[in-house]
Design a protein around this ligand. Structure first.
Ligand SMILES: Nc1ncnc2c1ncn2[C@@H]1O[C@H](COP(=O)(O)OP(=O)(O)O)[C@@H](O)[C@H]1O
Ligand SMILES: [Mg+2]
Length: 405
């Protein structure tokens, strides 16, 4: 074993993950409880049976909107009786969804709960949804920032939607990258959320036409400071992964080179952070008119995350669909290892329909890597047969009639 493999082995002897998961009125589940092993967990069932919903529930134990980027109001279980119609205009139900879990990490157990809380303004007829708020409790205590969760659990996911990650707009790639950063730097979740909040406010103020100049300056000040911190954290993450991949290339999945394409990130190559901050503040000021004329506003909100197939020197968007999947797996494996070493505990992997498009060799290689990494991986598939090599190590669950067997 290499030095690094030894270190990884030592860390992962203390397994981490979700040992008990309880869903209440979450998607298709009125009530569901799973007692889980800290091993691969294979979830099978027909299309639409609720496999992805279980992974989504676990993803809500981490900051953000989960694997589907869902709106909170869409998650609450709908039954035909609860769907409002013209005869029951007040058909918004009181039941709300909740996910609770027992988490194990470094031999210690923590209870995490998350649910939606309705704010007082929910009766506003125009937009009921925007007043739902996700609350998080750790060991029964409500926490003010979701980023706290990162101290107890971290999750990395791969979903069929991500098959299109390398094609199309940069936003999903940026979120993907930012999630990789959260895992190392819990403050990054808060920073990106706060930046977005200020940005929206700045944008709306400018659009409104009669802006308060002092307020705009103060927002630009805050955005520049946060933006440079965001850019720096992204750079650090990319460098960490590139170095790791250079030192520990994968033997099966194509290795990648990662690159950031963003004005602020690039400028940090050449200038100290304070200067970049000044530049960004001035840039925001000079882009006020872009908002008014509906032009793009450059900055960390537009940064792109580029991936190359290292051996072929090929940009990921030009690779085949199968290759793109393999590139993503390769990034995720590197991140898993990197993160485990850095944080001292392994992330939970949420792999939605991942093996379907892999050939036998790649599938078996992936399963073997998961087994060797000693991580808890929740893997969905319509076909349990594909996992026969994990027969003795994995927990097999089947979803049927909104229950798990
Ligand atoms: N809010 C909701 N309430 C009730 N059922 C839901 C809700 N949202 C989605 N569903 C149902 O969940 C099912 C999809 O579950 P999913 O986990 O994606 O299935 P799969 O097993 O194919 O991954 C669909 O049948 C859908 O109708
Ligand atoms: Mg699914």
């Amino acid at each position: 074993m290499t030095n690094l493999a030894n270190k990884l082995y030592a860390v992962t002897q203390e397994k981490s993950g979700v040992t008990r998961l309880t869903l209440t009125d979450f998607r298709n589940y009125a009530f569901l409880r799973i007692n889980a092993d800290l091993s691969p967990i294979i979830i099978t069932g027909e299309n639409g049976s609720g496999k992805t919903n279980i992974l989504e529930a676990i993803s809500f134990l981490t900051p953000g909107r989960g694997i589907r980027g869902a709106r909170l109001a869409d998650i609450k279980r709908i039954t035909p009786a609860l769907i409002p119609d013209e005869y029951s205009p007040t058909g918004i139900s009181n039941t709300n969804w909740a996910v609770s879990a027992t988490i194990q990490k470094s031999g210690e157990e923590t209870e995490i709960g998350t649910a939606v809380e309705k704010s007082a303004r929910e009766t506003d007829d125009d937009d009921i949804r925007s007043f739902d708020r996700r609350i998080v409790k750790i060991d029964g205590n409500k926490i003010s920032s979701q980023s706290e969760l990162g101290r107890y659990i971290s999750a990395i996911w791969l979903t069929p939607q991500m098959d299109r990650l390398f094609r199309g707009g940069s936003q999903p790639r940026r979120s993907f990258l930012d999630r990789l950063v959260y895992a190392f730097d819990v403050e990054h979740a808060k920073r990106t959320a706060t930046f977005e909040h200020y940005y929206k406010e700045w944008y709306q103020l400018l659009k409104a036409g009669t802006p308060d100049n002092n307020w705009l300056f103060s927002l630009e000040d805050n955005m520049a400071a946060l933006g440079v911190a965001i850019a720096a954290a992204r750079r650090e993450q990319i460098a960490k992964l590139n170095n790791f991949i250079e030192a520990e290339p994968d033997d099966t999945f194509p290795n990648v080179i990662l690159e950031l394409d963003g004005t602020i990130e690039k400028m940090l190559d050449e200038k100290p952070a304070v200067e970049v901050e000044d530049f960004y503040r001035n840039k925001l000021f000079s882009q006020r008119r872009n908002v008014i004329y509906n032009d793009n506003v450059d900055g960390v909100n537009r940064t792109d995350f580029k991936v190359y197939y290292k051996k072929k020197r090929m940009p990921a968007d030009l690779c085949s669909t199968g290759e793109q999947k393999s590139l993503l797996i390769s990034i995720i494996l590197a991140q898993t290892k990197c993160q485990t070493l850095d944080k001292g505990f392994a992330p939970v992997l949420l792999l939605d329909e991942v093996v379907a498009h892999l050939d036998d060799t790649k599938r078996e290689a992936l399963l073997e890597k998961i087994r060797d990494l000693n991580v808890q991986a929740w893997i969905t598939s319509t076909d349990a047969e594909l996992f026969s090599s994990l027969r003795n190590e994995a927990q097999f669950l089947e979803v049927r009639n909104n229950q798990v067997f």
